[in-house]
Design a protein around this ligand. Structure first.
Ligand code: FAD
Length: 325
């Protein structure tokens, strides 16, 4: 059966992450246009109900490799490669994120396939998938097609929207995979997820990003109070993480995480390119900075010039008042 295969990552409680569910939804949409089906690979301890539940996002079949550990790229490449070949999938689509990039790159090498990375949209043209990829610092978008099969598409983190418009439960099939020798060299010692407060910043719809303009570690309380009022989470620049003002897990940018929330509120952040690359896909960027020439204003949707120490508390009060609390 031809089709599009997705890898869905889950946490230790069996919850699939938003990025993966977006990729499943996108594969289902594209498969519908191509007249094929979307399949999903899951590994490790995933219950029948959780696996079948991927049908709600449009998956038709879930290939489950129970004995393969979640979180290590090479064993997942083994599973994906076997399923791609045995079932004849034409494309593999990943939602991005560190593991998606690593598994996608490994699968490309293993299958001698063509790959497009940092994809922001995918369309169907003449019965084939064409990936759209921003280039030249996102000033232009190129269409990338595939001359052979299979084609591997690796999205930017959260590039694809979740859609629970699927028509029911997916068929679940267990797969036995013999892992390659090199795939078993690394073992999972411990799996954990770095979370800011209780929210994973990569999944948060609203982020309040704090930079050096906060002045000191204690001022992060201002960002935390606003994030709490908005129902979001706190992110940070590398400058403040390096200064020990906030945990590394919250760092956004080239050497941190990539996020794409509905709202990114940047407080006291200059907008350096290394920070920008991690948050530029946010739907709305609001910047508060006392310097009207700060680079962040060049790509913010809304800019407020002023002292964040005065603005953040007032904004928090206003949000609370609006929400009636
Ligand atoms: C290889 C490499 C990788 C890097 N990776 C990353 C990365 O992943 N993520 C990242 O963030 N950075 C990264 N950086 C660092 C990056 O270049 C910047 O130094 C950093 O992003 C700046 O952080 P900032 O905006 O908090 O601080 P600054 O650049 O110092 O900006 C502080 C801003 O706060 C404003 N401000 C000051 N006081 C107030 C106030 N009271 N009210 C309102 N505004 C105020 C100032 O006008 C200024 O614009 C990297 C650098 C390199 C070389």
């Amino acid at each position: 059966m031809a089709g599009i295969l997705v890898y869905a990552l889950h946490d230790d409680e069996g919850n699939f992450n938003k990025n993966s569910l977006g990729a499943v939804s996108e594969a289902a949409r594209l498969a519908g246009e191509l007249g094929t089906e979307a399949g999903v690979v899951v590994v490790g301890d995933v219950s029948d109900d959780a696996a079948a539940g991927l049908g709600a996002y449009g998956a038709k079949k879930v290939h489950r490799a129970k004995d393969v550990p979640e979180g290590l790229a090479q064993p997942i490449v083994d599973v994906m490669a076997k399923v791609m070949q045995d079932e004849g999938y034409d494309y593999a689509l990943f939602g991005g994120g560190l593991l998606g990039f690593e598994v996608g790159a490994g699968l490309t090498a293993r299958l001698n396939a063509g790959v497009t990375m940092e994809v922001t949209a995918v369309k169907v043209s003449d019965g084939k998938l064409v990936a759209e990829r921003p280039v030249l610092q996102d000033s232009a978008i190129v269409d990338v097609g595939y001359v052979g099969e299979p084609g591997i598409i690796i999205g930017r983190l959260n590039a694809f929207d979740m859609d629970e418009g699927g028509d029911g439960s997916a068929e679940v099939a267990d797969v036995d995979v013999e892992l390659s020798d090199w795939s078993t060299k690394a073992t999972m010692v411990e799996r954990g997820e770095a979370r800011g407060e209780d929210v994973n910043i990569e999944d948060a719809d609203i982020l309040v990003g704090g930079g050096r303009g906060l002045g000191k570690a204690e001022s992060f309380e201002l960002a935390e109070q606003l994030a709490e009022a908005l129902g979001g989470a706190v992110a940070a620049t590398r400058a403040v993480v390096d200064a020990g003002w906030y945990p590394y897990a919250a760092q956004i940018g080239q050497t941190g995480k990539t996020v794409a929330p509905k709202l990114y509120l940047a407080a006291g952040i200059s907008g350096a390119i290394q920070h920008k690359v991690g948050m530029q896909s946010s739907e709305n960027i609001l910047a508060i900075n006392k310097d009207p020439n700060a680079p962040i204003f060049e790509f913010a949707d809304l800019g407020v010039v002023g002292d964040l120490h005065k603005i953040l508390p007032k904004l928090t009060e206003a949000v609370k008042a609006k929400k009636g609390g």
